[in-house]
Every structure is written in structure tokens, then in C-alpha cells.
Design a protein around this ligand. Structure first.
Ligand SMILES: NC(=O)c1ccc[n+]([C@@H]2O[C@H](COP(=O)([O-])OP(=O)(O)OC[C@H]3O[C@@H](n4cnc5c(N)ncnc54)[C@H](O)[C@@H]3O)[C@@H](O)[C@H]2O)c1
Ligand SMILES: O=C(O)[C@H](O)COP(=O)(O)O
Length: 389
């Protein structure tokens, strides 16, 4: 029986993948797995029982990812599962920034008398706008969301320029060849009428857009931030907007300093809040967590490598260790010392950590437990599990 703990509302389509015979949800103080959305776990006291955390979403800045790795906790996210929802909101925001639809619609509601049509025709000029067609959009971060935004903005007739120094090969293939690759971020900042940011919040991206970057932007340019509030220096962007150095700011991250300003549109973190995205994320998070708990396979982790192997033996040992020399030697010689045959084995390292799956042709709990006890005492080994087929 595995025990799970959830934070935030996780779509039932995901949770129902955990069959009741083998899983309990929110019934134990010692969960094996955690599923969450934006709940901040950075100061959370993780129970020792936790083996994995699945973020039903893209950003994992609300989880202490490195600390989890040090404690042998695998952190997953759901790459791309909510990208379409964010893309649609970005496109809607671009349209809202050039067409004062909300202001016009609100004004219509204030009209009195029965000559509504006459009043509308006489006054609609104040809500005239511009078109996106032919304007230049800069996309900073060409991952799942950025790539979709770039492609669809191009289809709307915009000139699109993208910047991403670490773009993945898969994503690069998905981006239209009509999207120009910028050589650095300043090229995007200086040339574009709209700039939209789609990077994760990391130490290297905190304050990515501050006074210096805002000063490079055109006076009539609009900045959009659907990534994380901390990526844009709020005081700097408010000053840039108020001083007329840029035309406007659209953010999905509320902050009191951004409120009550006609040139700033703030949304209540709605990027991924469509039913479809919530279901996609919950299903993907459930699938990866289940595969890890039941089979020890790792896919879509942000702190461990992808390591997957079909079960081929009665027993599977999984080992999380520091990425130092001779760990495979230590593991395999202990198994050999118990006169056990290795059927299949896979190992991958990522940064300071590594993960190994070993399928062994053995059925004796006693022998397996002896191996686990010795491995657990090794200073370079963080966590060992035995999983029965
Ligand atoms: N508003 C929302 O509700 C919402 C929803 C989903 C994601 N997000 C945020 O958007 C972020 C991106 O999501 P995604 O699914 O596209 O992630 P992703 O991992 O697919 O793409 C991120 C891209 O950013 C690039 N990048 C990293 N540092 C960069 C830098 N300094 N300059 C340029 N590019 C850089 C990476 O190389 C990668 O290609 C998430 O990490 C999350 O914080 C917000
Ligand atoms: O990083 C993400 O996926 C988004 O910020 C979504 O957050 P949410 O799951 O709280 O809507």
C-alpha cells in the first residue's frame, strides 16, 4: 500500500489513476509521495517517508529541488502539459494590449437612455486600438510555452524573434523557421514591440528584467510576464511604465505595487487554470509518480536523470547515490557476494547525483535485505529500495 499526500486542488482525472486497493490519499502522516501545484514547500518539513514529489505543473521553484535530491527525494514536473493554456492567455493578453476591449465593454454598460446605438457610434473612437499584424514580438525562453507562443504569433502575422541560449533539440525542431533566432537578449529588448518571458525561476533568472534591460526597450513596447513575478524587478518595471520608458506591463503574478495603474494589467495567476490543463497536468503527474513508486522508473524529473527499464526479474533494487566513481562496482560486488545474478542494470548520473536500477534473479527477502543494509551504510548512498515484481 502506498500513501499519498496532496496539496492544492488536483484534478480527479489524475487522482483516480491511483487505485484504492493500493493507494491511500491524505490518510497518512507518512506519505510515500506528494502531489501538489503551487503550494510553497520551501520551508516544509518533509516526513522521512517521502520518496517523491510530483508537481502538477511546470515551475518547481515552490519545491526545494536540490535539498530533495540530497535526501533522495525525486521531484517530477509535467513538461508541456499546461503549455497550450498559457499560450492562449498570452495571445489573449497581446490582443487586449492593443485593443481596449475591456474598457469599451465596461463603458457600454454605463450607458443610459434608449439611444444606445447613437451614443456608441458617437463615442467609440476613444476605444480605437491597433493591430498585432506586422508588429514585432520577442520571446525570451523557447521551451514548451515560448515555442507555442512564437509559432502562433507568427501565424497571426507578427514578426517573431526568439532568444534561448539552452533551447532543447526537440523544441528547436518545433519552432517555425520563420521565427528569427536572436543572438542575445539585448537584441530582443531593443527591437521588439512586445516582449514575452517564458523562462523558469532560477537563481540565474531572478531579476532577469530590471532597470538595465527595461532601459533598452522601446518607449512604445509592452512587456508580458507569465513566468514568475520575481523574474521581473517590480519596482523597476513600475518606474519604467510611470516614466514612459515602456508602454505597459502585463503580469500573471499579482503584487500590490502593480495595482491601480492603467498601464499595468495584472491577472491572478491564471496561466494554467483551464480545465484541460489541470486534467493534463494531474494525469501526467499521477502517471510519473505511479511508475516511480511501483517500478522505480524515473521520467520527467527535475533533479534526477531519466532512467527507465522494463521489469525483468522478481526483484528490483533502486539506488540513489552521490555521483562519485565506483558506485556501480560497490553495488554489483555486494550482489555478487550474495551469489545473486544480475539480470539487467541501468545507471545514469545527473550533476551531483546518480540513479541505478538493478533487476536481480532472486526471491529471498533475507538476501535482499542484507544487501540493502550494507548499501545503506555506505556514505555515498542516499536511498535504496527493493521493489517486487
Ligand atoms: N502563469 C502560469 O500559470 C504558468 C504556467 C506554466 C508555466 N509557467 C512558468 O513558465 C515557465 C516556463 O514554462 P515552460 O513549460 O515553457 O518550461 P520549459 O522548461 O519547457 O521552457 C523554459 C525555457 O527557458 C529557457 N531558459 C532558461 N533560462 C533562460 C534564459 N536566461 N534566457 C532565455 N531562455 C532561458 C530554457 O532553455 C527552456 O527552453 C515555468 O518554469 C513556470 O515558471 C507559468
Ligand atoms: O508553473 C506552472 O505550471 C504554473 O504556474 C501553474 O501553477 P498552478 O498549478 O498553481 O496553476
Amino acid at each position: 500500500m502506498y500513501h499519498l499526500k496532496t496539496f492544492n486542488a488536483i484534478a480527479s482525472e489524475g487522482l483516480e489513476r491511483f487505485d484504492k486497493a493500493n493507494y491511500s490519499i491524505n490518510e497518512s502522516d507518512n506519505p510515500d509521495g506528494i502531489i501538489l501545484r503551487s503550494q510553497n514547500l520551501n520551508d516544509y518539513d518533509f516526513p522521512k517517508s517521502v520518496l517523491a514529489v510530483a508537481r502538477a505543473g511546470a515551475g518547481t521553484n515552490n519545491v526545494p529541488v536540490t535539498q530533495c535530491a540530497e535526501n533522495g527525494i525525486v521531484v517530477f514536473n509535467t513538461p508541456g502539459a499546461n503549455a497550450n493554456a498559457v499560450k492562449e492567455l498570452v495571445i489573449a493578453s497581446l490582443l487586449l494590449s492593443v485593443r481596449p476591449m475591456i474598457q469599451g465593454a465596461n463603458w457600454v454598460q454605463t450607458l443610459e437612455g434608449d439611444d444606445t446605438e447613437k451614443q456608441v457610434e458617437a463615442n467609440k473612437k476613444q476605444f480605437a486600438g491597433h493591430e498585432l499584424y506586422g508588429k514585432k514580438l520577442g520571446v525570451i525562453g523557447l521551451g514548451s510555452i515560448g515555442a507555442m507562443v512564437a509559432n502562433d504569433a507568427y501565424r497571426l502575422g507578427m514578426d517573431v524573434m526568439g532568444y534561448d541560449p539552452h533551447v532543447s533539440v526537440d523544441t528547436a525542431w518545433s519552432i517555425s523557421r520563420r521565427v528569427k533566432r536572436a543572438k542575445d537578449m539585448s537584441e530582443v529588448l531593443k527591437e521588439c514591440d512586445f516582449i514575452t518571458i517564458h523562462v523558469p525561476l532560477l537563481d540565474s533568472t531572478k531579476g532577469l528584467i530590471s532597470n538595465k534591460e527595461l532601459a533598452m526597450m522601446k518607449e512604445d513596447a509592452t512587456l508580458l510576464n507569465f513566468s514568475r513575478g520575481e523574474i521581473v524587478d517590480v519596482d523597476a518595471v513600475v518606474s519604467a511604465v510611470n516614466d514612459g520608458n515602456i508602454a505597459g506591463y502585463i503580469s500573471d503574478f499579482a503584487d500590490s505595487r502593480l495595482l491601480h495603474n492603467d498601464k499595468i494589467l495584472v491577472l491572478p495567476h491564471l496561466g494554467a487554470s483551464t480545465e484541460e490543463a489541470e486534467v493534463n497536468c494531474a494525469k501526467m503527474a499521477a502517471a510519473t509518480l505511479k511508475d516511480f513508486l511501483e517500478n522505480g522508473n524515473i521520467k520527467n524529473s527535475v533533479n534526477f536523470p531519466t532512467v527507465e527499464m522494463r521489469f525483468s526479474s522478481p526483484y528490483r533494487l533502486t539506488v540513489i547515490n552521490k555521483n562519485v566513481p565506483n558506485m556501480l562496482g560497490v553495488i554489483s560486488s555486494l550482489i555478487a557476494a550474495e551469489d545473486i545474478n544480475i539480470d539487467n542494470m541501468i545507471n545514469r548520473g545527473r550533476g551531483d547525483f546518480a540513479y541505478t536500477i538493478v533487476d536481480v534473479n532472486e526471491t529471498s527477502d533475507e538476501k535482499i535485505n542484507r544487501i540493502i543494509d550494507v548499501l545503506t551504510e555506505n556514505e555515498n548512498i542516499i536511498k535504496v529500495r527493493a521493489i517486487k515484481d
